[in-house]
Ligand binder design. Structure first.
Ligand code: RB5
Length: 147
């Protein structure tokens, strides 16, 4: 898969470690920044990754900031994005199976790197189950498209 990645200044090292890991699994990564420790605004990178995924340039995305919260809120403002903030693997898996999330967000100050890799594994390997879950996602999309 082609995976968009992004972070703020707090999560640069965390993102780079995850980038190496995701590439070691055989995926292609497009890194939308930030690339330095200079203070920046997480929302810029959440939106960049969100747009890359919503437009189809990338298949899905992985983003991070200090908590994973701010950047996820920004990504979720992009139409068509369903971004989950995760600090454990169970929600990561279920967010794919039930909510068809297309971006995973984690907090570099919350999750250790080995746990983060486990969360990534769980998220990437799970598949959307459709059925009743699709009905709900379609209803969310309908709201998004009409408000
Ligand atoms: C930056 O200080 C911090 O607010 C950011 O990384 C993130 O935790 C926001 O949600």
């Amino acid at each position: 898969m082609k995976i968009a990645m992004g972070c703020d200044h707090v999560a640069v090292d965390f993102k780079l470690q995850l980038k190496d890991y995701v590439e070691s699994l055989g995926h292609e990564v497009v890194d939308y920044g930030t690339y330095s420790y200079e203070r920046c605004n997480y929302n810029e990178y959440g939106v960049k990754v969100g747009e890359a995924v919503a437009s189809g340039v990338c298949d899905c995305g992985i983003i991070c900031c200090g908590t994973g919260v701010g950047i996820s809120i920004a990504a979720n403002k992009v139409k068509g994005i369903r971004c989950v903030v995760c600090s454990e693997p169970y929600s990561a898996r279920l967010s794919r199976q039930h909510n068809n999330t297309n971006i995973l967000s984690m907090g570099a100050r919350v999750v250790g790197i080995e746990l983060a890799k486990m969360i990534v594994d769980e998220w990437l390997n799970a598949a959307f189950e459709g059925g009743r879950h699709l009905t709900r996602i379609n209803q969310i999309a309908e709201y998004e498209n009409t408000h």
